[in-house]
Design a binder for this molecule. Structure first.
Ligand code: AKG
Length: 203
């Protein structure tokens, strides 16, 4: 597993946010629910690419159409592909870009493995933007390590770490100047975080 700090320059982070805003205007944010329990996540998601990852009461899955608009997901922006090419070390391009929005300090993402894909050869590359996040990861649920991910960090899960458990256990309060700089991202966001998770669903 690789964690790369300061991997994405600030002006590129701003460009990524503009791309995300445009994706959201095409494919509005949705709130996933936990399979079976129907309990809403405290994050919001949308996707770009041929495949989009969603979670509803029937399970986690990849689908080709936005569940609310029934339209195809928008194309993955070229800038996302550039980042993939730079950091994944994998020839084929991602066919899914999941956008996770953590709207406020209380948002988190439970411990999980990324294992809904058809094949685990391709790495998972995730990009952090906004408030610093506490990231837990490990081979099994009992021995987790912790890393702190400031805006501009990249995590690559590949090879032995491709199926590592991971979570965002909490967001940290950034210094006010950082929050201002980082708050531009989404309308009305004065705090919060966005991550872009690039994956290949297809073989
Ligand atoms: O928000 C993050 O950095 C983690 C995202 C994640 O674990 C996922 O999309 O599976």
């Amino acid at each position: 597993m690789k964690i790369l700090y300061n991997a994405i320059a600030e002006d590129t982070q701003k460009k990524l946010i503009n791309e995300i805003k445009s994706l959201i205007s095409d494919a509005p944010l949705i709130r996933p629910v936990m399979p079976r329990w129907n309990k809403p996540f405290n994050t919001l998601i949308t996707n770009a690419g041929v495949w989009g990852w969603v979670s509803d009461k029937f399970g986690y899955k990849y689908v080709k159409f936005h569940p609310k608009t029934n339209k195809k997901w928008p194309k993955i922006p070229l800038l996302f592909y550039d980042i993939w090419k730079q950091f994944s070390g994998y020839k084929k391009l991602p066919d899914c870009s999941l956008i996770n929005v953590y709207p406020d300090q209380n948002a988190s993402l439970g411990l999980h493995q990324d294992k809904d894909e058809e094949c685990f050869k391709a790495p998972v590359v995730s990009i952090s933007i906004g408030n610093t996040a506490v990231f837990k990861y490990g081979k099994d649920k009992k021995n987790l390590k912790t890393a702190v991910l400031p805006s501009g960090s990249i995590v690559v899960l590949k090879d032995y770490s491709r199926l590592y458990y991971h979570s965002i256990s909490k967001l940290l309060t950034n210094k006010i100047s950082e929050v201002r700089e980082n708050s531009l991202y989404l309308k009305n966001f004065t705090e919060g975080r966005v991550s872009i998770t690039l994956r290949r669903f297809s073989k």
